[in-house]
Write a protein that binds this ligand. Structure first.
Ligand SMILES: Nc1nc2c(c(=O)[nH]1)N[C@H]1C(S)=C(S)[C@@H](COP(=O)(O)O)O[C@H]1N2
Ligand SMILES: [Mo]
Length: 202
């Protein structure tokens, strides 16, 4: 136990010295589970992913159709606003850009409201999802996501606080104006940059 604690502190020091630990965060080797509400059940027969709003070609994909899309892998760090950071997570999934290329956003589309099961939402600027490391992940460190970590599908936005990395994603709604999501309506910051400690809105 003591040994484990020493390992953690060593690694935390290293990540800090490398400039990889955002201010006010500490490193965890475990992977906490954090969300509002209960863990939804997945039914591959009725599940779909919808891309709606200000796009020329709205999309509705079944689970099989989604899984036929090209997959990528990306390793990134994960920073929760409750002050833990988990490093070097390997995610497998479909690049956000893969979907973006198919829906043809209208020129006025500037924000996305990400929709999850049970009405959970999070708002992210389109420019922040239009990055190579943003993906709709199905696997973590080589294993399918567990139910509590977002199975079957979660968004991963490594450069923002993890409440933007929506679990159990079902929809992406393209909007002109920034519209607060679930945590944002409850006082969290509209953008959520961990390097600027944008934890709460004033
Ligand atoms: N659908 C949904 N996704 C969510 C949340 C939530 O409440 N509902 N919480 C967010 C928060 S605050 C964090 S820190 C991460 C935690 O992901 P994890 O449970 O896999 O560690 O999920 C995010 N995604
Ligand atoms: Mo979080």
């Amino acid at each position: 136990m003591l040994f484990e604690g020493n390992d953690r502190r060593q690694l935390e020091k290293l990540k800090k010295s490398e400039g990889l630990l955002p201010p006010g965060q500490s490193l965890t080797l475990k992977w906490p589970v954090l969300h509002y509400g209960s863990v939804p059940r997945f039914d591959p027969e009725t599940w779909d992913l919808r891309v709606t709003g200000l796009v020329e070609s709205p999309l509705k994909l079944t689970w099989n159709q989604f899984n036929a899309l090209p997959k990528i892998q990306h390793t990134s760090d994960f920073h929760c606003v409750t002050r833990w950071s988990r490093f070097d997570n390997r995610w497998d999934g479909v690049a956000f850009r893969e979907l973006l290329a198919r829906v043809h956003p209208k020129p006025e589309a500037a924000y996305i409201l990400v929709h999850a099961e049970q009405g959970f939402t999070a708002n992210v600027p389109l420019a922040d999802l239009d990055r190579g490391e943003v993906l709709l992940a199905t696997h973590h460190d080589g294993e399918p996501l567990t139910a509590e970590h977002g199975y079957p599908l979660r968004l991963i936005v490594p450069h923002l606080y993890a409440w933007k990395s929506v679990k159990w994603v079902r929809g992406l709604e393209f909007l002109q104006h920034d519209t607060p999501g679930f945590w944002e309506q409850n006082g969290y910051h509209m953008y959520g940059d961990p390097w600027k400690e944008q934890r709460f809105s004033r």
